[in-house]
Every structure is written in structure tokens, then in C-alpha cells.
Design a protein around this ligand. Structure first.
Ligand SMILES: CC(C)(COP(=O)(O)OP(=O)(O)OC[C@H]1O[C@@H](n2cnc3c(N)ncnc32)[C@H](O)[C@@H]1OP(=O)(O)O)[C@@H](O)C(=O)NCCC(=O)NCCS
Length: 141
């Protein structure tokens, strides 16, 4: 992800996740945060935006901040392409423990993480703005 991708990421963060760090924070993440690794997934033919993943890596620990595929193309295997990339990237960074938070009501994401071997290790109470709890998920690499 480069600065020129920020506007499309903010737009998609908001429509897919309902919230975004916003342009200024994302710019700072890209330029000033040595732990931040942000990626966009693009169609190789026309560079159209397909999805996004953001990570913080502090080896041997890492966390996924956000991961998504655009709604028009979900459930067609692209999320798996993205997660396979993340796991390979983390292996190269000698990460052994990966965590993330997911809404308890997000059934497809819950199944997605389960398929990749994440297990629920804790509940973060009232984690989301609407008061919903998050499941803290962990995968050993
Ligand atoms: C979660 C997400 C990234 C998965 O990407 P995707 O491209 O839809 O996933 P894939 O097509 O590669 O499918 C991978 C697995 O995800 C699960 N999954 C995907 N779509 C699903 C659906 N509609 N219903 C149930 N499970 C689903 C399945 O376990 C699937 O494995 P299977 O095909 O062997 O059954 C994507 O659905 C998404 O962007 N969701 C909205 C944003 C979001 O919730 N992000 C996670 C926040 S914590």
C-alpha cells in the first residue's frame, strides 16, 4: 500500500467495516510506524482494487488489524489468496503467533478464521463502538 492508495482504502474501510483510521492516521502509519505493514490486493490486469490487509508485526508476535475483500467479489476465493499471502509473509518475518479480533456475529469471517486454524482464546468485552463483544482469535504459525 502506498500513499496514493489511501483514499480507496478509507472509502472501502468505511463501506465494508463501517469505520476507518482515516487519511491522516493511515498516512502516519505508512510513514512513521515501523511495526505497520499495509497491503492492497489489486487485479493484475487493470489494477482494480480488490481488498486490503493491515498488520502490525513485532516479531514473534503479529496482529491483523483489518482484512477484507470488496463485497462484489467476496466468497470467490480472494480472501484465501489474501490470507495465504499473510501467512507466507509472516513466516518470512519469523512470526510465531498471530492474533486478531472478530465480531461474534460475523459468521463468514468466523468460518474463514476457523478454516485457517485460528482458535478463540478470549472475549474482549464491548470492543466495538456499538457495544458488541469481540472474539480474540489466535493462530500459532
Ligand atoms: C472474511 C473475508 C475476508 C473472507 O474473504 P472471501 O473472499 O469471502 O473468502 P473465500 O471466498 O476465500 O472463502 C474462505 C472461507 O471463508 C468462509 N466464507 C467466505 N464466504 C462465506 C460465506 N458467504 N458464508 C460462510 N462462510 C464464508 C468459508 O469458510 C470459506 O471457506 P470455504 O470456501 O472452504 O467454505 C470476506 O468475506 C470479507 O471481506 N468480509 C467482510 C469484511 C470482514 O468481515 N473482515 C473480517 C473482519 S474481522
Amino acid at each position: 500500500m502506498e500513499e496514493s492508495d489511501i483514499s480507496v482504502v478509507v472509502y472501502n474501510d468505511r463501506r465494508i467495516l463501517g469505520q476507518s483510521l482515516g487519511e491522516e492516521t493511515l498516512k502516519s502509519e505508512l510513514n512513521n510506524n515501523p511495526f505497520a505493514y499495509y497491503f492492497v490486493m489489486e487485479n493484475p490486469e487493470d489494477s482494480a482494487f480488490l481488498g486490503h490487509v493491515s498488520l502490525w508485526i513485532d516479531s514473534p508476535m503479529a496482529q491483523i488489524l483489518n482484512i477484507y475483500v470488496i463485497p462484489e467479489l467476496q466468497s470467490h476465493g480472494l480472501g484465501s489468496v489474501l490470507m495465504d499471502f499473510v501467512l507466507e509473509f509472516l513466516k518470512q518475518h519469523e512470526v510465531s503467533t498471530l492474533t486478531l479480533e472478530v465480531r461474534q456475529t460475523n459468521t463468514s469471517a468466523q468460518l474463514y478464521y476457523k478454516k485457517y486454524g485460528f482458535t478463540k482464546v478470549a472475549i474482549r468485552k464491548q470492543y466495538y463502538e456499538n457495544g458488541e463483544d469481540a472474539d480474540l482469535m489466535l493462530k500459532n504459525l
